[in-house]
Design a protein around this ligand. Sequence first.
Ligand code: BES
Ligand code: MN
Ligand code: ZN
Length: 498
Amino acid sequence: MDILFGKTSKKKYDTALVFVAEDLKLGARGKILDDAVEGALVASIKNAPRFKGKLGQTHILPLGKGAHYKRVVVAGVGKAKELTDQKLRVLGGKLYDALKATGAVDVLMMPEEDGELAAGISNFVSEGVLRKSYFFDKYKGKKDDADEGAKLTSVTYDVDNSKALAAKFEATKNVIDGMELTRNLVSEPPNALYPDSFAKIVEKELKPLGVKVKVLDEKKLEKMGAGAIMAVGKGSARKPRLAILEYNGLGKKNSKPSMGIVGKGITFDTGGYNVKTSNMHWMQFDMGGAGTVAGAMKAIALNKEKVHVVAALALAENMISDEAYRPSDIITSLSGQTIEVLNTDAEGRLVMCDAMTYLQNEYKVETLVDVATLTGACMIALGNEYGGAFTPSDELWRKIETAGGESGDKVWRMPLDEAWDKEMKGAHADLKNLGDSSFAGASTAAAFLKAFVQEDVTWAHLDVAGVVWSFKPNDLWGKGATGYGVGMLQNLIKECAA
Ligand code: BES
Ligand code: MN
Ligand code: ZN
């Protein structure tokens, strides 16, 4: 779908849309539309007692033959003074559904020209429209909207300062494009998306944008001593990969990345020998952390941000075979620390720890953020709405909170504690990959990762188990891949570079 700025005489619009607040008073542009239909718009609003101008509520006046538009849509913005960026995104999501349901194809948006609101509407309502319009029907013979007759194809803002608003929206659109990469990756089934194909897709997407891509295969990982990611991945015929993505938008050759980001990329998680007994099919989204990181790198590169950042995608498939790792194996991680594998289903922390060590050793990053669908416990705590953030640093937490607040990614700080650090110590090895009970499962997993954070490195762990995939539609996404965290990560990378 296209978002366009400035109306042209070359294009026909079937739908005109104006905004009203809860006082239901039409602005200047609404009045022009009303005059053109001899007062029918105002009369129809009066005759629709349930239309109260609430955020995202719509009132539709279909027009007859000879009229300039097929319909006029009056969209409520609620209490105009209480509007926020996030409310405007929600408004966009709701409008997408309403416009689609009414059969609108080319919509002319006519915000009243009061500067800031028009700017906010064109940027954030458009973001909401685009985010809500995502669907994945690549593998459907008959496409979802094939028999609906009409497809929403464009939204045009009829505004004076169209050039400036278009330029502002460009940066937002780049984040949406990053999110689309994330959502496509997360949506792909595991027979199509496995460590090597994941690395190839990312390479194809990001190299042309100036991102350096280096892929370490199983031979290199083995030789290097990345025993944790190897242990998880070796049970699959589709061997593990560590994909390193580096973006330097600073122009200086010898600068050092201000930040390292690690993404969990388990392309399928059967649980291994601790095989999952329920909801195994969910685990096609267990690469959501890596997908989010790839999407954020795309957004950063498209926006040519003045940052230098490096990311590692820890890609592996957790399977069962006579080469697979066993519960009670003791493995040696890249850091040199040994780990007692007490549960092969706690594989995420194992692939993550080697990737974290790699970025700290090779790139000397001082800030390290990891993103992972790490624990069912975090999903149980925070559901489909909030991601969990774990960090010992109040300052980094504040940056995460700000970054998520701006992008509309809800995030909640979760606890770390020495008690959990102790709990993760092994009986026969330095560490074990399982806590003593299922209590505080998200925090014990975080404590495990913390053992791989080197001195003087500021670290945060984002557990996104509940949010990369949605089981029910909300105002900003349908069922399926959400794109959660791409905008937040882009903002965070920028904040940590500043
Ligand atoms: N990928 C899962 C976590 C997960 C579960 C994400 C449900 C999203 C939805 C992870 O690898 C896992 O299996 N974790 C175990 C850890 C346990 C064995 C300590 C879990 O959460 O049960
Ligand atoms: Mn698992
Ligand atoms: Zn997993």
